[in-house]
Design a binder for this molecule. Structure first.
Ligand code: HGY
Ligand code: MN
Ligand code: MN
Length: 423
């Protein structure tokens, strides 16, 4: 295939992206776990997630694709190429936050399907297969850690630990995976024991920015050069339950008093270490016995720390371990990933795609983590962002302008078509 033929395929694929079809698909997927406030609540491998997966599988088969799964219920929607070469991959996640939006993850999956349909409409047969991945449990809110599906794809040995992780109701991932297998008995399961069995030519993830940079710069597309590092911890503070009315203040062992003090210590050193780039969040709290007139005996809270500098992340690990060296305080690590830099050659392809669409861009790093952080270990990987209104995400108000959603999909189609015709 000549360079001209490849770039004409890329332009044709971008041109065939159908705006209304994409926007309708976003609304359709959002209906599985729809909240009254316009958001979406679709925990990984929940009944609603299984319904959403059925919608995606049926649409993929209608597009002439094959669909397979693996040991972590990742879905692989493959459009055949003319040659038996390693596929170009795209996709994202379809699970959401409890009070999530319609776009986080879902947009990348649906844009991938739209690119397949655009290639079909353009009558293009690419050299390489194109594969849209639906990664399991990226959000990590039902089962910790996050990005379980993509991490288990690149390192299958993680499944031994992941399978035993239980959600708040005591259901383990293994049980949820079994329900998935029973729901989709016809789905062929890949032999995923060796990452080498799953070669990929490249992975491109299209995602909403979930922050304010593109909107502040008044730009419709962002070329994502990397992802900052992340740490998740759980801290349990133990006291003694006692009567709220009879117990004098000096003799109390109030777990909440201890937890508030530990939180304050962590907040202080996080800001000292991280400076303006600090992102520290204490997002989930549980109190026992959680009674208005009983002094708390146990308080557990989570810590989410993000930073672009590996040395700061290492220093944070040290200091939180020290801070937990107190009576009544227990620390558990839940998730840790180093900062990631994406592939320069792939970033250049994304820049070419944006230029072909006469679209100005900026280069930025991602504050949120994504499945691409794991795929970067497996194959050349990069990301593309579209703006988030007011920088809001993980919130029902999450919104991206329709024309930005369409433009991002056209840029993805252009880039994927180019990559799928590479030798
Ligand atoms: O938490 C994150 O960064 C991702 O949105 N799950
Ligand atoms: Mn996401
Ligand atoms: Mn998210």
């Amino acid at each position: 295939m000549t360079l001209d033929e490849s770039s004409s395929d890329a332009r044709a694929a971008a041109a065939q992206v159908n705006p209304q079809r994409l926007l309708d698909a976003i609304q359709a997927l959002a209906s599985f776990g729809a909240r009254d406030d316009g958001g979406v609540d679709r925990p990984a491998l929940s009944g609603r997630d299984l319904q959403a997966r059925r919608y995606l599988i049926e649409r993929a088969i209608a597009l002439g694709c094959t669909v397979t799964t693996d040991h972590c219920a990742n879905l692989f929607i493959r459009r055949a190429g003319s040659e038996d070469l390693a596929p170009v991959m795209t996709g994202s996640h379809a699970d959401t936050q409890p009070s999530g939006g319609k776009l986080d993850g879902c947009y990348g999956v649906l844009a991938g399907l739209e690119c397949i349909e655009a290639l079909n409409d353009a009558g293009i047969r690419t050299r390489r297969p194109l594969e849209v991945a639906v990664w399991t449990n990226e959000e990590g809110t039902r089962f910790q850690p996050g990005a379980m599906g993509s991490s288990a794809f690149v390192d299958p040995t993680l499944m031994d630990r992941y399978n035993t992780v239980a959600d708040a109701t005591g259901v383990t991932l293994a049980q949820a995976l079994q329900q998935h297998a029973q729901t989709f008995p016809a789905l062929a399961r890949r032999n995923a024991d060796q990452p080498a069995n799953q070669p990929a030519h490249a992975f491109i993830e299209l995602h909403i920015e979930q922050g304010p940079q593109l909107e502040n710069a008044n730009l419709p597309l962002g070329i994502v050069s990397g992802i900052q590092g992340v740490r998740w911890y759980s801290i349990t503070c133990t006291g003694v339950a006692a009567h709220a009315g009879t117990t004098p203040m000096p003799v109390r062992r109030d777990a909440m008093t201890l937890a508030i003090d530990v939180r304050a210590t962590i907040d202080t050193f996080a800001h000292t270490l991280g400076g303006d780039d600090t992102r520290v969040t204490f997002g989930r709290w549980s109190v026992a016995p959680n009674s208005i007139n009983t002094i708390p005996s146990t308080v557990t809270f989570t810590v989410d720390f993000r930073h672009p500098d590996a040395a700061v992340l290492a220093a944070f690990d040290q200091q939180i371990a020290q801070c937990a060296q107190r009576d009544g305080v227990a620390l558990q690590g839940l998730f840790s990933h180093a900062p990631v830099a994406f592939d320069n050659a792939l970033l250049a392809r994304l820049t070419e795609a944006a230029a072909a669409l006469d679209t100005p861009t900026m280069t930025l790093t991602s504050g949120a983590f994504h499945d691409a952080m794991y795929l970067a270990r497996h194959c050349p990987t990069a990301m593309l962002f579209v703006p988030s209104r007011d920088g809001i995400s993980h919130n029902p108000l999450e919104h991206t302008d329709d024309d930005h959603l369409v433009l991002g999909t056209r840029a993805l189609a252009h880039c994927l078509a180019t990559l799928c015709n590479e030798p």
